[in-house]
Design a protein around this ligand. Structure first.
Ligand code: ATP
Length: 341
């Protein structure tokens, strides 16, 4: 896959605050990449650096094989072939939908292009409305149409659903993702919502404290996280103490295969709650000390003899009672191991 976006060792500080630190990232043509991370980790700054709304202190940014920012290069935002949809849409309030969408489009062929992108986002017939005459979702589609107007190779989206009613969010995500797939553009989506990133993107770039700490598929990030922080950010996690013994690791709830990694070393083993099965057993080493019913599944907190508590996620068709004694069994064999803290 050819690359549309490439960042190499990009850093950006605001005064004493390092917003982006030595970030490297690629996005292939037509790929949907989510920039995922907690509030303040530098996602928006990274997006603004790609768009050309900020200049990096160090590092290089390439768009479609051309250097657009670096020590000897600077291409202004309007010449980067990148469209951006801001969190608040930033529509011009006193311009009609057609005028908003036609804004960055060359005069010759403007009417045809405006009609084409409004068709793509399902707003044909809305040309003469003003932004205040539209719903939030329609305003968002106008913002997307405006970004798509100049036929960019890449669309950057900054938390596009944060102002949308949670009940409508799911449907709107699917709708927008479908429009972007049909437009055939590369997409970089900034979000702090891991389910959004998991369900929409081809690849996730996880950010923490200004750095891209892992880039990979949702499965990679969830099942093979790069470090303990990533493991916790990617989903509910148990960290079970273990000791390495050749190509296995021994833990209080069983022995698992690991990549050979020395002997006798104390480690932590990542066991996701859905891998932990509970078998009611009067002689079992665990006791169910908390039970949270969540609809299709139930989260159980189980205390072991040594005081460790682990979380198990079971389908709600399997009922285990509060206070019941259980044996714990982890499904699957290969596990991810971290050095003990
Ligand atoms: P959020 O999800 O809350 O929007 P984010 O991950 O997008 O956060 P950024 O907005 O990129 O994070 O901010 C990263 C850091 O840089 C933060 O500490 C922020 O306060 C700081 N920062 C961002 N923009 C500026 C600015 N223009 N001037 C000073 N500091 C800034």
């Amino acid at each position: 896959m050819s690359e549309t976006i490439r960042l190499t060792g990009v850093s950006k500080s605001f005064g004493q605050v390092p917003a982006v630190r030595d970030a490297s990232l690629t996005a292939g043509r037509g790929e949907f990449v989510a920039l995922l991370g907690p509030s303040g980790c530098g996602k928006t700054t990274l997006l603004r650096l790609i768009a050309g709304l900020e200049a990096p202190d160090t590092g290089e940014i390439e768009v479609e094989g051309s250097l657009v920012a670096g020590r000897r290069a600077w291409v202004p935002p309007e010449r980067r072939n990148v469209g951006i949809v801001f969190q608040d849409y930033a529509l011009f309030p006193h311009r009609t939908v057609a005028q908003n969408v036609g804004y960055g489009v060359e005069r010759s062929g403007r009417a045809r292009r405006v009609a084409a992108v409004l068709g793509l986002v399902g707003l044909a017939g809305y040309e003469q409305r003003y932004p205040h005459e539209l719903s939030g979702g329609q305003q968002q589609r106008v913002a997307l149409a405006r970004a798509l107007g100049p036929e960019p190779g890449t669309i950057l989206l900054d938390e596009p659903w944060s102002n949308i009613d949670p009940l409508l969010r799911q449907a709107m995500r699917e709708e927008l993702a479908e429009i972007l797939r049909r437009a055939g553009v590369t997409v970089l989506l900034v979000t702090h919502d891991r389910e959004e990133a998991f369900s929409l993107s081809d690849r996730i770039a996880l950010m923490h404290d200004g750095a891209v700490v892992q880039a990979g598929s949702a499965e990679d990030v969830y099942l093979r996280p790069a470090d303990r922080w990533t493991a916790e950010f990617a989903g509910a996690a148990n960290f079970v103490p273990g000791r390495l013994a050749g190509d296995r690791v021994d833990t209080p709830i069983g022995s698992f295969a690991v990549t050979p990694n020395g002997h006798g070393e104390a480690v932590e083993v990542l066991i996701r709650p859905e891998r932990l099965e509970l078998l009611p057993d009067a002689q079992g080493s665990g006791e169910v000390v908390d039970r949270q019913f969540r609809g299709h599944d139930v989260f159980y907190r189980v205390r072991l003899g040594d005081g460790t508590t682990l979380v198990s996620q079971r389908p709600s068709t399997e009922i285990v009672r509060l206070g019941e004694r259980v044996l714990l069994r982890a499904h699957g064999d290969e596990v991810t191991v971290f050095g003990a803290p």
